[in-house]
Design a protein around this ligand. Structure first.
Ligand code: GDD
Ligand code: MN
Length: 369
């Protein structure tokens, strides 16, 4: 065994991945070509993908010490995967790159060169500066989404960033280390999170970049991811005044009320059951609907699956049932005994119900604390 220490590598490329098995080997080969002459490593952060991405990375690593893998169990989330990969690095620089070959790895050297001048804190592979392009966005709908998101984000950004949605960037590891505790760590937009969390203005170098079409596997971006993005912006704007989860929980609750009323109206129009039965049916439907939405959105990162899903639904219904009892009880006491006004008593009961539902379901159903 050679025990000679040569110090850490110069660059860690963090690759968050979920179901990217066929893309692993090609990407490693491309990195070898693109990073010739640099001491680098790649860290795959895989959320225990069912397609066996981790096994594939280990297989490649058998013959290549530049390749590492963090296998996360029971977790999901792009941003948190990136943070954990970066925090496993001891290199001077950390790059973040998708594992699906959509990012142009030949730009890594330019990013590194920009940072090495000492004039920049962050290098971003940008599709929206001269020489960059977005041909890889799969549809017109993706283009529109991307443009809208960019405009929305730019309104809140402390620095100019032509492509704030990019998932391809590089910075000094010590800088990442400094910012990591400040990050929201939710959702898809880790770059935005970094830029918005930095106490001062980061000096940004934008490196023109192509965004290539995906060849294997599929994109994980969906409408719920976008909702999370809106949540991230809200979270940053309110500077953590209210936890993002709570806001999401309330938004879901509001949708639940809509669902409840829709079922009630439908029952009246059909006319087969009386009010009390319709109200019960509407309540059950709204609870299931809210559970599903909370599970896929509010608690996306600790989402329940399989048998745990049914247990969670049951618990959620019990918790919210108790919340409703508390809500009605308190509102009634305020109204009857304290002479509080109709609306104020009602609203107080409802708010207490929501806070109860949130606090207890966070602890018992999704076990986030
Ligand atoms: N570990 C982990 N966990 N990785 C994930 C997860 C997750 O829950 N979800 C997605 N990934 C990985 C994918 O496997 C891929 O390597 C990378 O994150 C990007 O996911 P895609 O699903 O390919 O995203 P995209 O192509 O739609 O989005 C790209 O464009 C966005 C801007 O339009 C990415 O580059 C984003 O980073 C970028 O913000
Ligand atoms: Mn992709």
């Amino acid at each position: 065994m050679n025990s000679l220490s040569t110090g850490p590598v110069e660059l860690t490329v963090v690759v968050p991945c979920y179901n990217e098995r066929p893309n692993v080997r090609p990407l490693v080969e491309k990195l070898h070509a693109a990073l010739e002459g640099i001491d680098w490593e790649v860290v795959y952060v895989d959320d225990d993908s069912p397609d066996g991405t981790t096994a594939e990375v280990r297989k490649v690593a058998d013959n290549d010490r530049r390749v590492r893998c963090i296998r996360r169990i029971g977790r999901r989330g792009l941003a948190s995967a990136v943070i954990e990969g970066a925090m496993s690095s001891s290199a001077s620089y950390v790059a973040v790159m998708d594992g699906d070959l959509q990012h142009d790895e030949t730009r890594l050297k330019d990013m590194l060169a920009a940072l090495c001048t000492g004039k920049f804190d962050l290098a971003v592979g940008s599709r929206h500066v001269e020489g960059g392009d977005t041909t890889g966005l799969s549809s017109r709908w993706r283009h529109a989404l991307s443009d809208g998101g960019i405009r929305l984000a730019q309104a809140f950004l402390p620095v100019r960033l032509a492509d704030p949605m990019s998932g391809f960037f590089m910075l000094r590891r010590t800088e990442f280390e400094k910012l990591a505790p400040l990050l929201a760590g939710k959702g898809f937009k880790i770059l935005l999170d970094l830029v918005m969390s930095a106490p001062g203005k980061l000096r940004v170098a934008e490196i023109p970049c192509r965004f290539l079409p995906r060849v294997a596997g599929e994109s994980k971006l969906d409408v719920l991811v976008l909702a999370q993005f809106a949540g991230l912006l809200l979270d940053k704007v309110f500077a953590g005044l209210l936890p993002m989860r709570f806001l999401a929980f309330c938004a879901v609750g509001a949708l639940g009320v809509g669902m409840h009323l829709a079922v009630l109206t439908a029952a009246r129009d059909i006319g087969a059951i009386g009010f009390a039965q319709a109200q019960i049916a509407a309540t059950v439907v709204a609870m299931v609907f809210n559970f599903w939405l909370n599970n896929s959105l509010t608690y996306r990162d600790t989402r329940l699956r399989g048998p745990m899903l049914w247990r969670g639904l049951l618990l959620f219904m019990v918790v919210c049932g108790l919340g409703a009892v508390a809500n009605v009880g308190i509102a009634r006491t305020l109204y009857d005994t304290n002479g509080t006004g109709w609306n104020v008593a009602g609203a107080t009961g409802a708010i207490i119900g929501v806070v109860w539902n949130y606090a207890v379901s966070a602890t018992l159903v999704w076990r986030t604390r």
